[in-house]
Design a protein around this ligand. Sequence first.
Ligand SMILES: Cc1ncc(COP(=O)(O)O)c(C=O)c1O
Length: 339
Amino acid sequence: MFEVDLRSDTVTRPSQAMLNAMISSPVGDDVWGDDPTVLKLEAMVAERFGTEKALFCVSGTQANQIALMSHLSPGDEVICHPYAHIYNYEGGGIAANAHSSVVFTGDDRGIMYPEGVLSCIKADDVHYPKSRVLALENTSNKGGGTCYEWEEIEALRAVANAQGLTFHLDGARLYNALVAKNQNESDYGTAFDSISICLSKGLGAPVGSVLLGSEEFIYHSRRIRKRIGGGWRQAGLLAGAAIYALENNVDRLAEDHAAAKDMAEFLGQQSWVKNVVAPETNILIFGLNEDMDQEAFIAALAEKGIGISQMGPGKCRMVFHLDITPAGIQKVKEALASI
Ligand SMILES: Cc1ncc(COP(=O)(O)O)c(C=O)c1O
């Protein structure tokens, strides 16, 4: 355990107020469809985004994979960014669960553009996989917490419409984007066919993601969730934490974004830092000079009680969240200054 844990925003622990909300949540049996707190959460998120239905899932991975299994048939293809979590960090799920292939496009910030997507579309020919799903990630984790402009999403939606693609959003950190760009939940609900949102990252719940979409899509997704063992019983305890997170922890995400910017400026002044990706939200990615060993650098910080992570060579990562205090930030700066 680290004194200052910047490895991810998944490491947050439930506050006392969140725990109180959990233990006072009425529960039922969600597989029977009668857990009142799960029903309340699903109705609340669906209403915020203006979608017909929502489904409470164990994790972002589970919500994404259920969506992909629901949208894809064997031999189909997903168009996504080479950094996409659904491709890189979900255990080969597109292949293993949805029996589909992947084609990539996008820039070094994790953002995709219409021309690139169009160049990925396969002709309707027996030799090729069938282009089926266009999957975005907002914010882009490996891109450094980058966000789409609303106009960019609209342009991609137009391509999806014109090409008959299903439009999925991995919105694990969508609330960070909404706060950073002052965007609207209901616009997202209208633009996408399915959206997964994590409550267990910057929003601070211990577990849980919500999958959003049409009544038919969620009906099908509920069956898939059960098939893969994701039917949970007194899940209302966790839905209670998720509701608390949505009601209390959204606006404060701006504080995490400010902390990431402040640390980026600090890192930019260090001679051993090669580059810093200007943070748009709570994820800060930076690279070290060639004479520095990334693994050794991370290990040296760990020795001092500071956890950071990496997303491949040249990509050290710090993620800011609600358990990071000003004193913790000061400790990190002191440790970095002594490198
Ligand atoms: C962009 C993105 N999508 C999906 C996930 C998966 O979420 P989980 O860890 O809840 O499976 C993550 C986790 O970090 C993520 O960063």
